[in-house]
Ligand binder design. Sequence first.
Ligand SMILES: NC(=O)C1=CN([C@@H]2O[C@H](COP(=O)(O)OP(=O)(O)OC[C@H]3O[C@@H](n4cnc5c(N)ncnc54)[C@H](O)[C@@H]3O)[C@@H](O)[C@H]2O)C=CC1
Ligand SMILES: O=C([O-])CC(=O)C(=O)O
Length: 331
Amino acid sequence: MVKVAVLGAAGGIGQPLSLLLKTNPSVTGLGLYDIVNTPGVAADLSHIATPAKVEGYLQPNGGLAKALTGAEVVIIPAGVPRKPGMTRDDLFKINAGIVRGLAEGVADTCPKAFVLVISNPVNSTVPIVAEVLKAKGHYDPKRLFGVTTLDVVRASTFVAELLKDPSAASSVVVPVVGGHSGVTIVPLLSQSSHPLPSGVDLDALVHRIQFGGDEVVKAKDGAGSATLSMAYAGYEFACKVIKAINGEKGIVAPSYVSLAADSAGGEALANELGTSLEFFSARVELDAQGVAKIHTLGNINESEKKLVAAAIPELKTNITTGHDFIQKPSL
Ligand SMILES: NC(=O)C1=CN([C@@H]2O[C@H](COP(=O)(O)OP(=O)(O)OC[C@H]3O[C@@H](n4cnc5c(N)ncnc54)[C@H](O)[C@@H]3O)[C@@H](O)[C@H]2O)C=CC1
Ligand SMILES: O=C([O-])CC(=O)C(=O)O
């Protein structure tokens, strides 16, 4: 029995993600919110013969609060996507305000919900949500997640391609840590579940994983960025969260979380990183309360250490940008 709210539900990610959520028998309520088209999306999905009761709301008459009422999981894919030539940081100006408004709604209506942030730039939008919840006295670092699953899905797919074994596609797992943009995306290929074939150009593979989003942006040629693969990845992560809420043990998922969510794991990770960072994407163990344990990086090789070192300053800047948007709005 879990109600999930999707904010930005009529968009390129929101619609297929809502469809996938509607197919999940553990989802009993689906609250869809957007500034356009949610009544139509909700009516359409409501004809699918699965338990979830679907309701769609627009902005007027407290639509956001209605979508959020009783939600235990809130997924936020609201905001503008990239066009060719843009970085994710270029989206900050518009998406920061959108995410702030939606986070205020969460704080006011369902402050204990697990909040899953998809809107870019994730490295900065997650700190925005944290600051809004803090300001309203409802911040629980264990329940705030930046969705970085697509990086793992991509890394695993690209490695399976190199293995030239289609049957491996869904069993390869490549951990990816750091954040969700360019050099902050750090694949740990040395920890791949399947050893890479010899002769692979590792630098080219790392670059492809770090800039995989650009491939889609370029191919869509002005019509947006990844939506279907993101809906798949977002659903994969949401399913793990829902299982954890329902009491399943041993659920581990990658996510961009506050290192304060697990003080022991956060400290161990900070020691490995050699610096204190407020947020970092790592493998995270989930339970019904949220983050139970943050995994450390484990054994990584010299070139991975260099990638981690390159990610840190950019992550720090991105996190500060998010904080300052709430704490120093005049900047
Ligand atoms: N975390 C990740 O791995 C990924 C993140 N993204 C990001 O997800 C976001 C959404 O991408 P798409 O779905 O392709 O964009 P889209 O433009 O197709 O959909 C966005 C939706 O948000 C809605 N929206 C705008 N302002 C809103 C508000 N104030 N309240 C509620 N809804 C609002 C729009 O009406 C639209 O329906 C982008 O920021 C994109 O960069 C995209 C792919 C992967
Ligand atoms: O590239 C983008 O802008 C969308 C995104 O985050 C991704 O596909 O990883």
